[in-house]
Ligand binder design. Sequence first.
Ligand code: PLP
Length: 370
Amino acid sequence: MDIDRVGRLIRPGLASMRGYDPVEPIDVLERELGRRIVKLDGNENPYLSSPRARVVLADYPYYHIYPDPLQRNLREALSRYTGFAAQSIVCGNGSDDLIDLVLRLFVREGDEVLNAPPTFGMYPFLVTVCGGQLVDVPRRDGFALDIDGLRRAVTERTRLVFIASPNNPTGDVVTADEIRQLLEMDIVVAVDEAYFEFGSRTVADMVHDYANLFVLRTFSKWAGLAGLRVGYCLCHERLASHLLTIKQPYNVNVAGEAAAIASLEDVEYLLANVERLKRERERLSSGLASFPFLHPYPSEANFVLCRVSEKDTDITVTAARRLRDGLRLRGILVRFYESEGLRDCLRISAGLPKDTDALLNAIGEVWSEL
Ligand SMILES: Cc1ncc(COP(=O)(O)O)c(C=O)c1O
């Protein structure tokens, strides 16, 4: 069989699919730019992982043994951290894996999944991969969720809605009342709380009252384990048992599992870093707001979304994009989106105080050269 014929066997929805837009690896960029990078584009944790996790990984004796498919030790440790029974917890290869698993559990080819852009790009990506039909209900001006619009968009083919809270990239959190209105629509509601530790609210308690609610979280942000890929989900125990059945048996690897358990024994240390990042987020916000052309949105995550005024009337390339490019040449990475409603915005992660200083100094310089 020649390659063209094999190509024609690829599922139609996947053959022409656009891939996920990832951030570039830091070593590749450092080599390309020939300098130390100030990395404020990936919402990673600049305080690194817990020292306890690093010691455990260095001494771990069982790398040659497969992980526990039932993730017993990690789920027990998470039970102590979250207050949920271990039977209501399932872990994944990052929370991305849980987004994928929840989709696989409920969405058949052609089923509809509601999405509230601008939001996390993994939802459209994974809905497409599983053959679902994405239905966008854009946020209103100022990025508030359009709950009435979401409710009106529900049809008999709707299976699921994704709501990130705090939302990436806007930083706002959903209220319990908004989630209740969606839960009452008889669809599955997946609330993605990847940035939960940086915010003031969670809807996790509602899992006890609503079997159609899944709450997804991760060790990537607060615990600095983005590279080891560990996330978890809180849900009704019967649904947890279905997720455990359909997941890849070894989805969480032994290094991720050991590091996550060690992190849960080092919560005080990690949450002190979260507090540092929350303070830095506020300092970053006020620093950005001190430029007349920048307009940061309030955020409860470890980043700030910032609108950039246009500098002139020719906006074929927005000032936000040119600012991103100018910062990049100075070794400072921030996130720009080539998508509807965001082309005049930059998303900037909270970093170390010296990173904020470098960024704020560079912004003035780059702007004057645009
Ligand atoms: C809203 C949201 N959910 C999930 C993730 C992914 O988390 P993980 O690293 O656990 O896959 C991110 C990462 O940026 C995110 O912003």
